[in-house]
Design a binder for this molecule. Structure first.
Ligand code: ADP
Ligand code: MG
Length: 260
């Protein structure tokens, strides 16, 4: 068999094994091996490393797409000095993601604009970067999706969808009133993740007001029970970050300090 035949067969093997990055890198790597006098082992290692890197990049892209994070915020972007009610040490510890190991939940409670979504998304990015399957949804979207699933006979697969990620972020619970079936769906999602996967949940309602989100105070109590069983709770107080920066700017302008 000629050298060219062997080369074509090798291309065929790489295609059959679905190693497209290695196939593409093959001519270059062969030239390099020849020029640098690499051993067979060294050549093969380099070629397969190309495929491993490509597979890793594909996995990362797919994790990032699946996560649906709505903003690029990282925990390191958060201005802790502006928000002293947030325990910087505790957030930094959470960003190390050990809480995912024992399915601990994180509750971020506070009025609009104080950075709840930013912190939740920051934890989401940390999880995606570390290679954990993560998914972001708002409570209203989750309820609507479950409602559609129930109508279309896809309830079980939708429940599996929400059970599967290592980290599920549920944003904005309590911003919109939730119909009874939405509350029931949320309850089921929380219940099936209990002990299995972490939930980061943000809400503008303090824990005593949770009954208001749901028609049924028993459902509210049972859901809280599961969420709080193993959880870290942040009660964020203070005013909206944007209002704060707006007000600071206005004060500076009034004081005649030209800086915008
Ligand atoms: P919430 O979810 O509590 O309503 P967000 O997380 O959406 O608030 O924050 C509102 C806006 O203010 C966002 O643009 C966010 O990036 C910014 N923000 C809030 N808190 C901080 C902070 N401590 N440091 C930096 N930016 C902040
Ligand atoms: Mg928010």
């Amino acid at each position: 068999m000629s050298e060219n035949d062997v080369y074509q067969r090798l291309r065929g093997h790489l295609a059959a094994l679905r190693l497209p990055a290695a196939a593409e890198a093959l001519p270059g790597e062969l030239d390099h091996a020849r020029d640098a006098g690499l051993s067979h082992t060294a050549f093969l290692e380099r070629l397969l490393a190309v495929e491993v890197a490509a597979a890793d990049a594909r996995r990362r892209t797919s994790l990032a797409q699946f996560a649906c994070l709505p903003a690029p915020w990282k925990i390191t972007d958060f201005d802790f000095d502006a928000q002293p009610s947030v325990d910087r040490k505790l957030i930094t510890e959470l960003a190390a993601l050990r809480f995912l190991d024992d399915a601990t939940n994180v509750l971020l409670i506070g009025p609009p604009g104080v950075g709840k979504t930013m912190l939740a998304v920051g934890l989401g990015h940390a999880a995606v970067t570390a290679g954990y399957r993560t998914h972001y949804t708002t409570a209203a979207d989750l309820a609507a999706r479950c409602h559609r699933a129930a109508i279309e006979g896809r309830w079980a697969s939708t429940m599996r969808f929400y059970a599967q990620p290592r980290l599920l972020i549920i944003d904005e619970l309590g911003y919109l009133p939730m119909p009874a079936e939405g509350a029931a769906a949320l309850f089921q999602v929380i219940t099936q993740r209990h002990f299995k996967g972490s939930v980061v949940l943000t809400t503008n309602l303090g824990i005593p007001s949770w009954g208001k989100i749901f028609d049924d105070p028993m459902v509210a109590a049972a859901m809280l029970d599961r969420l709080l069983h193993r959880s870290v709770v942040f009660n964020i107080t203070g005013e909206s970050y944007r209002m704060r920066t707006y007000r600071a700017r206005a004060t500076r302008l009034r004081a005649g300090d030209g800086t915008p």
